[in-house]
Structure formats: structure tokens, C-alpha cells
Design a binder for this molecule. Structure first.
Ligand code: SF4
Ligand code: SF4
Length: 248
């Protein structure tokens, strides 16, 4: 969020000296990357190629893949997000829904992380009378707290109930922004970093790497409520049926 927190800068304006590793478990800044003597040696060997690839970084297109099959419901992501964003009591930028799949001997409890889906066609944007909410070219939908008047007009426009008036921040509208300030530093969103089973994968669709890239090729990835056709920047892995240990 912007305003009293920090001004929004374009993620595409990230210091080109920041190499961003997009695979899990975490983004790694070039500075940290180069702290490793082994990697520094490799970097020295490959320096011209690395430099040219960073000279004109392409626009970023941030995306999160959530694999509910890996989610243990531990809430570490919720706690990390809460600490990061300092939302008011009982208000959260990400939540874990608990459901059930199958029945009888096949019944399993299931967990589903939910948050703002960073829609490409976000209904919350035209609903805002002060133009406080808008979408960055990187795909992140943000709210400028300098412009938000707290009317709450955008709340019912969001079909995912992702927005809320945050009493801890002057009753302005809050929601997930993929930890934009962390992205600008070459870091992963806090929830991604906190997730030990790697149920959340994050990366740049224009430069996918590592496990994020492998997940992108997975069949059946789909948006939450795909019938809405909001072209979300979060995709979900289909939930597998069957018991632990069953053949895939
Ligand atoms: Fe699920 Fe990961 Fe969040 Fe734990 S940290 S609840 S495993 S998404
Ligand atoms: Fe807006 Fe809701 Fe879409 Fe997020 S999920 S961009 S708050 S409509």
C-alpha cells in the first residue's frame, strides 16, 4: 500500500544490479548472491553475459502459483503477512480456508490459501471514485493511501472479498499487494518466504525460473472462480483426490 507507508515505485524500475532469482524458496538479491564465494567465482566467469542480460530488464509480470496439495494449513504465511503488513486485529491480507475433499475412506481435509488475486480486469478499480486503486504494468493491483477516502465503494466490487477497511491504517482500504516493497528489493512476498512446504511459488511470467517455471508447465492450473474471467495473477494447482501414498 502507498501513502503513509512508502511510495509505490514500478517494480520494473528495480535496480538492474539486483539479480532476481525467481525460484523457491526465496528471491536472492545479487548482493547476497555474490556473498557466496563459489557463486562469485561463477559470476566472474560469466560476467559479460550476466551484465548484458541485465542491461535492459524486460517488464515484469508477477504471478503466484498456489499448490493446495502442499499446504499443511500451518498458517505460517498468515503470520508472516500479518507481521509484515500490520493489519488491524482480526483482519488479514491472506487467509487459509479449510475444506474437505472426497468422502468415506477417501475423505481428506484440505487447505486453500486465499488473498487478492491481482486481477488483470479488476472490478475494484472502476468502483473506486477517487482512482486510488489501479493496476501496475507488473500486474500488481495497488491502493494509493493518499487518495483512498475510506468510502469502501470498492469492497463489494471484489468477488473474492479480498479488500477491507483497515482500522489500523486510518480505515483506508487494505489488501495483498504481493509485498510490493519487498519485490522492489528483489525479495519474495513474505508469505512465499514463510511457506516451508513451498505451497506458494512466485515468479515473473516474463522470466520464469526454477520450480516456478516447472509449475507453470503443469496441466490444469486455473484461476479461483475461472468463470469470472478476471485473468488473475494467481493460479491454483488442481487438488488431487485419493489418499496419501496412492499412485498419482
Ligand atoms: Fe499452507 Fe504454506 Fe501457508 Fe502453511 S505457510 S498455511 S503450508 S500456504
Ligand atoms: Fe481487486 Fe479483488 Fe481482483 Fe484483488 S481480487 S484485484 S481486490 S477485484
Amino acid at each position: 500500500m502507498m501513502g503513509p507507508k512508502e511510495p509505490v515505485q514500478m517494480p520494473g524500475a528495480v535496480d538492474p544490479d539486483e539479480v532476481v532469482e525467481v525460484g523457491n524458496p526465496a528471491f536472492t538479491s545479487k548482493r547476497n548472491f555474490l556473498k557466496s564465494g563459489l557463486v562469485a567465482l561463477a559470476a566472474a566467469v560469466c560476467l559479460p553475459k550476466v551484465k548484458s542480460s541485465l542491461a535492459a530488464p524486460p517488464p515484469r509480470s508477477y504471478h503466484m502459483i498456489i499448490d493446495p496439495n502442499r499446504c499443511t494449513g500451518c498458517q505460517a504465511c498468515v503470520i508472516a503477512c500479518k507481521g509484515r503488513n500490520d493489519t488491524a486485529p482480526a483482519q488479514f491480507n491472506t487467509r487459509i480456508l479449510i475444506g474437505e475433499t472426497g468422502s468415506g475412506s477417501q475423505a481428506r481435509a484440505g487447505f486453500r490459501p486465499v488473498q487478492c488475486n491481482q486481477c488483470e480486469n479488476p472490478p475494484c478499480v472502476p468502483a473506486c471514485p477517487t482512482k486510488a486503486t489501479f493496476r501496475l504494468p507488473s500486474g500488481v493491483v495497488v491502493t494509493d493511501w493518499n487518495l483512498c477516502n475510506g468510502s469502501g465503494n470498492c469492497l463489494p466490487a471484489c468477488p473474492y472479498s479480498a479488500r477491507f477497511l483497515d482500522a489500523r491504517h486510518g480505515n483506508r482500504v487494505d489488501k495483498c499487494d504481493f509485498c510490493l516493497d519487498r519485490l522492489e528489493q528483489g525479495l519474495m512476498p513474505s508469505c512465499v518466504e514463510a511457506c516451508s512446504p513451498n505451497a506458494r511459488l512466485f515468479g515473473d511470467l516474463n522470466a520464469p525460473r526454477g520450480e516456478f517455471a516447472r509449475y507453470l508447465e503443469m496441466a490444469g492450473l486455473q484461476a479461483e472462480r475461472p468463470e469470472l474471467n478476471l485473468k488473475t495473477s494467481i493460479s491454483y494447482v488442481p487438488v488431487r483426490q485419493g489418499r496419501k501414498g496412492d499412485a498419482a
